[in-house]
Design a protein around this ligand. Sequence first.
Ligand SMILES: CC(C)(COP(=O)(O)OP(=O)(O)OC[C@H]1O[C@@H](n2cnc3c(N)ncnc32)[C@H](O)[C@@H]1OP(=O)(O)O)[C@@H](O)C(=O)NCCC(=O)NCCS
Length: 174
Amino acid sequence: MNEKDQSASPQGSEYEVHTCTPALLSAAEISVCADIVVVGDAVDSASARRNLPRARLLAIARTKGQIVGVAAIKHERPWYAAKTSRDSGVAFAKNTLELGYVAVLPAHQNKKLSQRLVKALLAEYTAPLFATTYTEYMKRTLGKAGFANKGKEWQGRRHMVSFWEKGADAPEKV
Ligand SMILES: CC(C)(COP(=O)(O)OP(=O)(O)OC[C@H]1O[C@@H](n2cnc3c(N)ncnc32)[C@H](O)[C@@H]1OP(=O)(O)O)[C@@H](O)C(=O)NCCC(=O)NCCS
C-alpha cells in the first residue's frame, strides 16, 4: 500500500491506476486531486482540501503523467457515520470508513476509470465500507464493486442522496 505504482494498467489502456497514502503525493499532486473532486462537484472545496491529505488510502488515475481521476477511503469520522446512519435509517458501526471523493475529469469520463479506481482501493482495504452518492454513474460503479444500496434516500445539499454499504452484516434498519 505504500508503493506508488503497484497497480498495472490493463493491456492497451492509456491510463495507469495506483493506490498510495496521501503522504506519498506532493502538495501539488494533492491540490490537483482536490481540484478534480471540486470540478466534479463531489464535495465542497474546503472539505476536499482539508480531508484528502488525511485519507486512509487514495487511488489515482494518470495519463501521460497527469492526474485525471481520484478516489479515497477517508479517515475515520464517527460523527459523520452517525449522521449518515440517521439520514439513511441504516445501522452500521460508527468506525466504518467511507469510500468517497470519487471523481474523474470530464474529458476522461466514461472510460471505466471510476470502476478501476474503486477496485484498486478495495484490493487494498478489505474491511467494511460505506458510501453515499446522488449520481447514477456512481451507483453503477458501487453496485459493480459489491456495494449494496440500503435504507432510504435523503435530501443532500442539492440532490437526493442514497446509502451504499459493502462487507457489513449489521441489520439494515435502525
Ligand atoms: C461519477 C464519475 C466518478 C464516474 O466516473 P467514470 O470514470 O466516468 O465512470 P465509468 O467510466 O467507470 O462508468 C461507470 C458507469 O457509468 C456509466 N457511464 C459513465 N459515464 C457515462 C456517460 N457519459 N454516458 C453513459 N453512461 C456513462 C458507465 O457506462 C458505467 O456503467 P456500466 O459499467 O454499467 O456500463 C464521474 O462521472 C464524475 O467524476 N462525476 C462527477 C463527480 C461525481 O459525481 N462523483 C461521485 C460522487 S459520489
